[in-house]
Each structure stands twice: as C-alpha cells, then as structure tokens.
Design a protein around this ligand. Structure first.
Ligand code: CA
Length: 343
C-alpha cells in the first residue's frame, strides 16, 4: 500500500495518545483553496486516558446527516474525566467534519463517502486523508471501535446496534458480546449491499471489535434514539472495563433486552425498479409475512398508470424504510430482517 510508506503524515495534530489526562485537539487536514491558500480543515479529536487498559475509539458524523453520534459524543467528550476511567477513550464526534457542517451524507469538498474510502489515501483528498490518518495512526492505538450511525435524511431504521457476520469465530463472539452489551432494542447482523472501503471492514480485518449502530433517521434525533446512544456508549465503557458499573447511575445501565436479528441474503432488501412517489403501506417495525404489500410507487406524470406494488420477499420485521416522498430507481425502499439465534 503506497500510501502507508514511511512518509511523514500530511495530517498533523498536537494530541499525544500516550499521556494520561484529557486532551481536546484537532486533526489538521491540509485544504488549500481559493478562499484560503494555506487553509486546513480542523477535525476535532478528544483523548481521555488513565493508566493501562483497553482503548475504545468512538466515531460520529461518518455521514454528515446522522446526528445521534455527534451529539452523544460531544456530551461524552465534555463529561468523561480521566480520573473516572481505566484505559483510553478516543472520540471523534464529527469524523467527516465538512459533511457534518453541510448537513450532507457526503463531503461537499470532494463528494466522497467517508465510509467507502478506507484505508484512505495519504496523497488524496480531504476525506481520503482523514481516513488515512484514522487507519494509519488511530486504529493502531485502538482495541474496539464504535461507529455511531443513523439513517440520515433518506432512510429511517428501527434503532439497532449493528455488526457483520464474521469468519473468525473468536472475533464474532467478542463482537456479539459487545453488540448485546450496547443494549439497543434490536441487534442486527447485517449483510452489506456494498462494503468496499468501509471503516467496519478495515477494523474487522485487523481482528479488532467493531460495532456500529443505525439509530432512527430522517435527518434528526428523538429522545428515544438519543437515550439509546447515550446509554449504549456508557454500556460499552462498562462492558470493556473502562468505567466501573458501580459508579454509573442505575439508569445508565440498561438490562440486556436486545432482540437479535439478521439479514441473511439479498432477498431482505426491497429495491425500487421505478421512480415516482412512494406510499408506505406498512410502518417501520411491523412484523410481516412473505408476500405482504409493503409499499407502492405512484407515477405522477402518467395518472392513468396504476401504482407499482412492492411485496416482502420474506417473513420478518420491517427494520428500514425509505424516507423522502420521492423515490428513484435503485433506491432501497425497505429492509426485512428475521430473527437470529446465535450460538
Ligand atoms: Ca450511515
């Protein structure tokens, strides 16, 4: 990998990952542009360390229109003190800062999806350079990664913690334990439609624990999804022994009640074959049978044409829905998950 050669990093920071205490700092990513010749993008990073113990790396804002992660991690960054932990917590509430600033999924600077550019490119664009630093430096210091996603402006999901089916049984066991410890109402073992370049895969390939979330969506937060994020973060810190359960408040530790589900094949994804206006016929969270009509697409330019009906291709729960009223060919209009027994 040419970008991982022994060249100096282009991203700079004054953070020292090895010292005890709490540091608020930035990754300075060079970004020369018309309105700032020697400009940079400053991506916040917070490191809290005390003694020897595992390192948990929390990320939010991987996609810029998903808000539980940035909000919960800003709160964590302010509230967590080194004296209250054993180990190290690295927090990046706005991993793709330009996208968060713009309220968009992708970076407005280079049009890139942060979660499709790993392991990054040293000589690349802003998004690629951030990924390169995360991959080359931060992941090397990290044992566990929790990347907090939501549905963004175009999707909404039943709030869930997410992991992938992994070939390494020992890593699968450790990841499953973390997924259940997070304490979301739903735990989803997800099959990705397109996983190339994901932070998830980069971490999993290192043999490290990676869990993600999909908390609601629609480009906003609810009290329910914020509670899941705030509680899940605390639960993870307890689970890996960074904070003591005994010193957390009782409500900060949710009893494990996660319903485990998975999406074992492409039949779980219902994809639009037409463009038009989307009418949802079953609500998010509905339990449905194979063949149940789940939505229809109306053709506003040809009123004489009947709407196109979409049916579930398997029995299960509707865990995702398309949000905007407009739908286009190739959009995922629903995802159906089925119960999963892990052993
Ligand atoms: Ca996302």
């Amino acid at each position: 990998m040419a970008s991982k050669a022994n060249k100096p990093l282009r991203v700079t920071t004054d953070v020292d990952f090895t010292v005890d205490g709490k540091q608020f700092s930035y990754l300075n990513v060079p970004h020369s542009r018309n309105d700032s010749a020697w400009g940079s993008v400053r991506v916040p990073i917070v490191v809290v360390k005390n003694g020897e113990g595992p390192t948990v790396f929390f990320t939010g804002g991987n996609h810029g229109d998903e808000y539980e992660g940035p909000i919960a991690l800003l709160k964590l960054a302010r509230s967590l003190e080194a004296s209250n932990i054993t180990g190290r917590v690295i927090i990046m509430p706005t991993l793709n800062l330009p996208a968060v600033r713009a309220g968009t999924r992708l970076s407005p600077i280079d049009g890139l999806n942060m979660n499709r550019v790993f392991p990054g490119v040293r000589e690349g664009t802003v998004t690629q350079m951030i990924a390169d630093y995360v991959y080359s430096v931060i992941l090397a210091h990290t044992d566990i990664v929790v990347d907090i996603h939501a549905g963004g402006k175009t999707m909404s999901l039943v709030p869930c913690a997410v992991m992938h089916q992994l070939d390494d049984k020992a890593l699968m066991d450790r990841t499953m334990a973390a997924l259940l410890a997070f304490g979301a109402p739903l735990g989803l073992v997800l099959r990705e439609l397109d996983s190339e370049g994901m932070l998830d895969i980069a971490v999993e390939d290192m043999g490290k624990v990676f869990i993600s979330t999909e908390l609601g969506g629609g480009g906003t937060v609810t009290t329910h999804t914020m509670d899941i994020a705030d509680t899940g973060i605390r639960n993870i810190l307890c689970h890996f022994g960074l904070i003591d359960e005994a010193v957390t408040t009782p409500q900060a530790r949710r009893l494990p009640a996660t319903r485990l589900m998975h999406t074992p094949d492409d039949g779980c994804f219902v994809i639009a074959n037409e463009s038009g206006l989307y009418e949802v016929l079953v609500d998010l969270g509905a339990e449905i049978e194979e063949g149940t009509p789940i939505g229809q697409i109306h053709f506003y330019e040809t009123p004489e044409r009947a709407p196109s009906l979409y049916k579930a291709r398997r029995t299960g729960m509707v865990v995702h829905r398309h949000v905007p009223g407009l739908i286009q060919v190739g959009d995922c209009l629903a995802l159906i998950a089925t119960d999963y027994e892990y052993s």
